[in-house]
Each structure stands twice: as structure tokens, then as C-alpha cells.
Design a protein. Structure first.
Length: 325
């Protein structure tokens, strides 16, 4: 892995991937769609390039002389399939085609656990993907399209199905800083979690080691949302979570959806987000980590959450979905 392109570099996970690459001694090329967000990348020793997944010409420029792509860019919201397809599926396939034309050797795609339906047992390599959510469907179709193109062109391809990734820059911890989180559901469902540093770590290691395939990943111990919020409260006693019954949250988000569309901005407050929050999605401990022969820096939320709360003291962040510029 010599010259790396990161898409979605001004996003939550993309920024951390970019920062970690620079720390490791790489000078990555970072694809930036909204120039006004490019200032967030100013501290990084990186090469910035203007581009858009829906502009094939800009992608041809972005992939020139690149050997590895870490693809995180797309519309990152739990919305209807028709709103997500242009970037998640069409934009990703356009990027892969540009990459093939430019001779890119490795392509790593950041996918999602939401490609799965509700699971009674921990997800492993044999668990079938079958999502009823628009976001999960779009991610799964993108995986399939990218995998087919990569196989035909002999490009090394990996899709990493990320769980709930948490860190000081995400929207949840923006609410935590304010002292409360509104949660749609009873919080009893098991979910896989991953500290932002470990999400970046595993995506980069997949690229560096040339791992190929499709895999879910999480930390070493799935936790309920009640457990997650409980750890936050241990270290930050003024914090509280406000539970909203699932049916009421669904009703509220359905009523809000027409007004949200008028804003022409992605949103996390959607019926699909409510459904996603309430899925049972644990991951087999060690899945993918063992194959790469590495370990997470934060093996459980009991290690990761205190570190995030420390980071919350140090800086402020504008999440892409909260940035109206």
C-alpha cells in the first residue's frame, strides 16, 4: 500500500482513517465533496482533491496513480432506498470503474451490519445477509456490484461490515455532551460496537495486508444500549438517556419525514433509523481481528467509552449531517 485514496474523508469515520494514515507515515489523497468542510483536514499532511461520487470526471482525477482505495464516501443516513442508491450504489460502482481504468490494485469498502436482519446468534462468516432496511439493502447491493467488478478486473476487494462506531465526533456524543440522549426503544437489544480508532485501524490493516472477502466486525463483547448508556453514566453522572417507546418514535419520525425532505438534507431521525436501533446484531468475538492477527485498542465499551469521554473534553466537531454549509 503506497498511494492511498480515502473517500468520505471529512466524515466521522473517514476523518479518523485519514488521520491514522498520516500518523502511520502515509500521505493519503483525500476526496472532498464540499470544499467548505475541507478546512477540517487542514492539520493533516495529506493531498486534497475536489471530487464527487456522482461526477465520473472528478473520480478519474482522484484515482490517478493510486494503488489502494479506502472507500467510505456516500450518503450516510438511514433513509429510503431511492435516496441512497445514487451515492451508495451508483457512486460506488463509478468509483470502482474509475479505479479499474487507473490500474488500482486494492479496494476496501466500508459497509454496515445493517445488511443483516435481526439475529438471535452472533454474526459470523456463515450468517446470511438479508436486510429489510433501505440503507442495508443499498449497502448489500453495493457490495455485490463492487465484488463482481473487482473479480472481473482482478482487483483485490474487501467489504467490512462495520457495527455501531462511536467516538467524540459522532452525533450521539454531541448529545452526551449536552447531558442527555433520546433513545427510540427499550434498549434491551444486543448490538456490536466499535471505537472509532479501531474502525479506522481495521480498515487500514485490511488494505495494508491485502485481505479479501466480506466480513462483519465488532469489538470483543456485544452490549445492549442500556449497558452502553450505563457505562457513560458511570463516568458522567449528569448524563441521562430518555427512552421513547418504539411505536411512538416510529410515529414521530413518519410525521417528521415530509418536513425533513423540504430541507434537502440527510437526517438520522427517520423510521428506518428507529428500526435499525432496535435490531439485535451481535458479532462473533474476534471475527476478522483473528484473521488479520491484530487486536482492537479498545476490546469492549468499558475501555472505549471512557477514552471517548476524555476526547470530548478536548475539541468540538461538526458532524456532516449537522453541517448546513
Amino acid at each position: 500500500m503506497k498511494k492511498v485514496l480515502v473517500t468520505g474523508a471529512t466524515g466521522f469515520i473517514g476523518y479518523e482513517v485519514s488521520r491514522r494514515l498520516c500518523k502511520l507515515g502515509f500521505k493519503p489523497r483525500l476526496l472532498v465533496r464540499r470544499p467548505l468542510r475541507g478546512g477540517l483536514l487542514a492539520p493533516l499532511a495529506a493531498e486534497l482533491v475536489q471530487g464527487d461520487l456522482q461526477s465520473p470526471e472528478s473520480l478519474s482525477r482522484a484515482v490517478k496513480d493510486v494503488d489502494t482505495i479506502l472507500h467510505l464516501g456516500a450518503r450516510a443516513a438511514f433513509e429510503e432506498y431511492k435516496l441512497l442508491r445514487p451515492t451508495i450504489i451508483d457512486g460506488s460502482t463509478a468509483l470502482m470503474k474509475a479505479a479499474i481504468s487507473a490500474g488500482v490494485k486494492k479496494f476496501v469498502y466500508a459497509s454496515s451490519l445493517l445488511v443483516y436482519a435481526n439475529q438471535a446468534e452472533p454474526i459470523d462468516h456463515d450468517t446470511a445477509a438479508n436486510s429489510g432496511l433501505g440503507y442495508g439493502r443499498a449497502k448489500l447491493e453495493a457490495e455485490q456490484a463492487l465484488s463482481k467488478l473487482a473479480e472481473e478486473a482482478d482487483v483485490s476487494f474487501a467489504a467490512i461490515r462495520l457495527p455501531h462506531v462511536y467516538g467524540a465526533r459522532d452525533l450521539m456524543f454531541e448529545q452526551v455532551r449536552q447531558g442527555r440522549v433520546i433513545f427510540p426503544g427499550n434498549g434491551h437489544n444486543l448490538f456490536a460496537h466499535l471505537h472509532i480508532e479501531d474502525a479506522a485501524k481495521i480498515l487500514i490493516e485490511v488494505g495494508r495486508k491485502g485481505w479479501t472477502g466480506i466480513s462483519a466486525v465488532g469489538d470483543y463483547l456485544a452490549a445492549t444500549w442500556n449497558d452502553f448508556f450505563g457505562v457513560i453514566r458511570e463516568y458522567y453522572p449528569r448524563f441521562s438517556e430518555i427512552g421513547v417507546p418504539r411505536w411512538l418514535a416510529l410515529l414521530g419520525t413518519r410525521l417528521y419525514t415530509p418536513f425533513r425532505r423540504l430541507q434537502h438534507m440527510p437526517s438520522l431521525y427517520t423510521p428506518e433509523a428507529v428500526i435499525g436501533w432496535n435490531l439485535n446484531l451481535p458479532v462473533e468475538p474476534g471475527l476478522l481481528w483473528n484473521e488479520l492477527d491484530i487486536e482492537p485498542n479498545y476490546p469492549t465499551i468499558r475501555f472505549g467509552i471512557p477514552a471517548v469521554l476524555d476526547d470530548c473534553i478536548a475539541f468540538r466537531w461538526i458532524h456532516p449531517l449537522a453541517d448546513k454549509k
